[in-house]
Design a protein around this ligand. Structure first.
Ligand code: NAD
Ligand code: MG
Length: 393
């Protein structure tokens, strides 16, 4: 029986994780659930899954949850704050930690899980984008198992040679083909992009996801973050990765080999597939996912991305090539810009402008310690807020 902590259990990935877990009560049990502020959802999940711990980051929300649980599930211990998140990621009894908090807020508990040598199921790509080398070193030094849940990276992982090492070129790999749907604005006239609303940006054609990653998909910063994520996970440089727009989202990514073979992983766009793969690896379990019907799909298309339409792709690639804390700065600026866009304080096309200004003005450093990374994250957020004010003026 594997004991699991689900960080960010009330989000899109968290809910899908609990769906897969509840299909296999003989294999998995939920030890801890966490959420930011959503008391109602966490309450329902606690009653259903009976974890030992529930964490609400927000103190008031934690008190409300504790009151509500008294009548329904009095055995659940309620914790609060980032300390609570770190504690449930580190618990000795926990085997697997699903890292499904959105954004930089997930970094500390995810890193804590790696330090304790857990199997880390990584959905929270921002954590790896921010702390790349530090995170990978922590995984290696503590014999943690890192399994990518992001659908593309999960696909790449499935198409890699068995026990791939740090030099995948030596194992015959020539290129990673990272697929992208192109998001909701793939064919929108470029001059109309500045008028796009948060609702339009969040209406993804193929995937149902949280609002932040949905906007990232619309700007294609999501793919930019995924290039950086793939560089760290598979020990390659940014130019080893080719982005391929594939609007149907049936192929989740591919690996090209030196003998001419290209291996792909296909499936319906349903995150329960990579989640089940991460949970059961190296075995496979039922994920509740509908069987892929190729006759129904009939056609698969591939297009080269246009960096004029999607400047965030270029910004992410440049940040990765720059190295150090540049990708943490990029990520922080993006989080602020997306939030300002979702709150209708800036236009859709201001998102990449804010990020570019921040990258030009905040000095990057060697990303050797967590403190340095968090300092530059903070500076980038401050500068981004300043850049947003300048846009409004
Ligand atoms: P979501 O917004 O639906 O859920 C986010 C979860 O994080 C919630 O449980 C929320 O309570 C928690 N949270 C938010 N802010 C927090 C904070 N400050 N401190 C602690 N917890 C906080 O997001 P999602 O779509 O489930 O995405 C989660 C992560 O997985 C993201 O990093 C995203 O990029 C990645 N991801 C998601 C998908 C998807 O299909 N949704 C696919 C690939 C990768
Ligand atoms: Mg993805």
């Amino acid at each position: 029986m594997k004991k699991i902590t689900v960080l960010g259990s009330t989000g899109s990935i968290g809910v899908n994780t609990l769906d897969v877990v509840s299909r296999h009560p003989d294999k998995y049990t939920v030890k801890a659930l966490t959420a930011n502020t959503n008391v109602e959802s966490l309450l329902v999940q606690c009653i259903k899954h009976k974890p030992e711990y529930a964490v609400m980051v927000d103190g008031d929300a934690a008190e409300k949850l504790e009151q509500a649980l008294k009548n329904n599930a009095p055995d659940v211990t309620v914790l609060s704050g980032v300390d609570g998140l770190v504690k449930v990621a580190e618990l000795d009894e926990v085997d697997y930690v699903m890292a499904a908090i959105v954004g930089a807020a997930g970094l500390l508990p995810t890193l804590a899980a790696a330090k304790k040598g857990k199997r880390v199921l990584l959905a929270n790509k921002e954590a790896l984008v921010m702390s790349g080398k530090l995170f990978m070193d922590t995984v290696e030094q503590n014999n943690a198992e890192l399994l990518p849940i992001d659908s593309e990276h999960n696909a790449i992982f499935q198409c890699m040679p068995n026990d791939f090492g740090k030099d995948i070129e030596q194992q015959g790999v020539k290129k990673i083909l990272l697929t992208a749907s192109g998001g909701p604005f793939r064919t929108t006239a470029i001059e109309q992009l500045s008028m796009m609303t948060p609702e339009q940006a969040c209406a993804h054609p193929n995937w149902v996801m949280g609002r932040k990653i949905s906007v990232d998909s619309a700007t294609m910063m999501n793919k930019g973050l995924e290039i950086i994520e793939a560089c760290w996970l598979f020990h390659v440089q940014a130019d080893f990765i080719q982005v391929v727009i594939h609007p149907q989202s049936v192929i989740h990514s591919m690996v090209q080999y030196n003998d001419g073979s290209v291996l792909a992983q296909l499936g319906n766009p349903d995150m329960r597939t990579p989640i089940a793969y991460g949970l059961a690896w190296p075995e496979r379990i039922d994920a509740g996912v509908e069987r892929l019907d190729l006759f129904d799909i009939a056609q698969l298309d591939f297009v080269e991305p246009d960096e004029k339409r999607f400047p965030c792709l270029r910004l992410a690639r440049e940040a990765m090539q720059q190295g150090g804390t540049s990708s943490a700065i990029l990520n922080a600026a993006n989080e602020i810009a997306v939030n300002e866009f979702l709150n209708t304080r800036i236009r859709f096309t201001d998102i990449d402008r804010v990020i570019e200004t921040v990258l030009e003005n905040v000095t990057q450093h060697d990303a050797s310690t967590l403190e340095i990374i968090l300092d530059d994250d903070k500076l980038a957020r401050e500068y981004a807020i300043h850049a947003v004010k300048d846009l409004a003026a």
